[in-house]
Design a protein around this ligand. Structure first.
Ligand SMILES: NC(=O)c1ccc[n+]([C@@H]2O[C@H](COP(=O)([O-])OP(=O)(O)OC[C@H]3O[C@@H](n4cnc5c(N)ncnc54)[C@H](OP(=O)(O)O)[C@@H]3O)[C@@H](O)[C@H]2O)c1
Length: 266
């Protein structure tokens, strides 16, 4: 079995906060070099400071994944700054709780178009501009973050964008597999990030309950009876990106501590 090389170069779209930032930290803690991609330069600056001023193994790239030109420039800047690119992690998306769901008769087509522009085409764009580097070096890892709502009705946009990510991932895996490039999708369940306290407060208000009750209800939806943390997701992503993870390709991995009451494992 090949050993892990000392340093891999990792681009994380949506790396300025939440799950993406935690994934970037996990790679960095293992000695890798990371580039954080997001739109808001100030937030990127704050995220950069959380790496303790390590300008050697981290950089930020302000870019909008809705623009092909912007993504092409961001990948070029990453390759220039880190000396190449080995691992791409896509997380950039609008938060699911901001997706408005309406009955089909009132469905707003533009809202779905907007979601697909970021979470499906945005992922495809980063893959498109990173893939030539992976092919040239005959090694690469792509991990796309979807969402467990792919298995639930309730939000057409949330379901469709995550199902599209699964299909995209499998196509990429089949096309690039012969170059020792793997592509997998991780579908997290509800995951604790810095936004969670605010989210729980919102749920508590809407359901006329306390924050603790709202949290307990969410925990009860999982087999583990607890919520994922962004660290849990990061650990899985780092494994998939490792040499040891090479046998897993084109898969959709559900990472939510199990969906209580449903049988999805056959
Ligand atoms: N947290 C959960 O419970 C959960 C559960 C299941 C799945 N997920 C999925 O996991 C991923 C991360 O979720 P999160 O909760 O960590 O999200 P988050 O905290 O809202 O962070 C989203 C990141 O994406 C960036 N982003 C958004 N639109 C962008 C664009 N057009 N171009 C470039 N960057 C963009 C944001 O920065 P800017 O706004 O500055 O661009 C930010 O860095 C998403 O795909 C989400 O659907 C999350």
């Amino acid at each position: 079995m090949s050993r892990e090389p000392q340093v891999r170069r990792v681009l994380v779209s949506g790396g300025s906060r939440g799950i993406g930032l935690r994934i970037a930290h996990a790679f960095h803690e293992e000695g890798n070099a990371v580039a954080l991609l997001a739109r808001d330069a100030e937030q990127l600056e704050r995220a950069a400071r959380s790496f303790g001023g390590d300008g050697q193994r981290m950089l930020t790239v302000a870019a909008d994944v809705r623009s092909s030109q912007s993504v092409e420039a961001a990948v070029a800047r990453t390759v220039e700054g880190l000396g190449g690119i080995d691992i791409l992690v896509n997380t950039a998306a609008a938060p699911a709780d901001q997706l408005v769901n309406r009955p089909i008769a009132e469905f707003d087509e533009d809202s779905l178009r907007a979601e697909l522009e970021t979470k499906t085409l945005g992922y495809l764009r980063t893959i498109k501009f990173v893939a030539p580097h992976f092919i040239a070096q005959r090694w690469g890892r792509i991990i796309n973050i979807g969402g467990q709502s792919v298995r639930h009705t309730g939000s057409i946009a949330a379901t469709v964008r995550n199902a599209a990510i699964s299909a995209l991932t499998k196509n990429v895996a089949d096309e690039l597999g012969s170059y020792s490039v793997t592509a997998n999708v991780v579908h997290p369940g509800f995951t604790v990030t810095e936004r969670t306290p605010e989210l729980l407060e919102g749920i508590a208000v809407r359901t006329n309950s306390t924050v603790e009750e709202a949290r307990k209800r969410l925990e009860a939806t999982t087999s583990n009876r607890k919520l994922n943390t962004a660290d849990d997701i990061a650990a899985l992503v780092v494994f998939l990106a490792s040499e040891r993870g090479s046998v897993i390709n084109g898969e959709a991995l559900h990472a939510g501590g199990g969906v209580a009451g449903s049988i999805f494992s056959y």
